[in-house]
Design a protein around this ligand. Structure first.
Ligand SMILES: [Fe+2]
Length: 197
């Protein structure tokens, strides 16, 4: 069960090609900062004035909008960190799923990496419960680009904070490093659990 009010622990101690400094900032400051903001918004929602609700500007509107922004930031960052710390060749049931819906693993990988250059925030391989297929999606903001009832399986963060200290503007090399760190056992287990529901 997900608890928004608690930060999830990292499943790794260090990564290849992504520095501790980047992880400390990304996980320690940004991700944990989102968890705290989620708590703050919940507190403020308890006393939000419903009598002044308004679609141009009102406390209730702003708090609910930012609640969605922050919740998606928490969920996507957890999905990103959860699948790192592995390495090795891709394996498991996820390979069959990807091959079925993308023609081949290479075709999927080519599209996913290209989307990493096309997106401004996130690339997400998701299982779409609406028709039972895997699809790649992109998002420019945490709370944009998502499809209702599509569940993230493999998530890549392409905001500059994820790579700029290590790679400058060379996002392509960061994406390669991301792939080198993927934990395919975790990804495959997640896929199997979600797809069999
Ligand atoms: Fe991030």
């Amino acid at each position: 069960m997900k608890k928004y009010e608690e930060a999830k622990k990292l499943p790794f101690e260090e990564l290849k090609g992504i520095s501790q400094k980047t992880i400390e900032n990304h996980y320690g400051k940004l991700y944990q900062g989102y968890v705290k903001k989620w708590q703050e918004i919940q507190e403020r929602l308890k006393n939000a004035d419903k009598s002044t609700a308004n679609a141009v500007f009102s406390d209730l509107r702003e708090l609910k909008l930012e609640e969605g922004f922050v919740a998606d930031a928490v969920l996507l960052h957890e999905a990103y960190f959860d699948i790192l710390g592995g390495g090795g060749e891709p394996k498991g049931e996820i390979i069959d799923g990807i091959t079925k819906d993308f023609n081949s693993f290479d075709d999927w990988q080519t599209e996913f990496k290209a989307l990493g250059l096309a997106a401004r925030g996130w690339v997400i391989l998701a299982f779409d419960f609406n028709d039972g297929k895997l699809r790649n999606y992109i998002a420019d903001f945490h709370n944009q680009g998502g499809i209702w009832r599509a569940s993230p399986i493999l998530v890549l963060d392409v905001y500059e904070h994820a790579y700029f200290m290590d790679y400058g503007a060379d996002r392509k090399s960061y994406i390669e490093a991301f792939f080198q760190n993927l934990n395919w056992e975790t990804i495959s287990k997640k896929f199997s659990k979600i797809a069999k529901k």
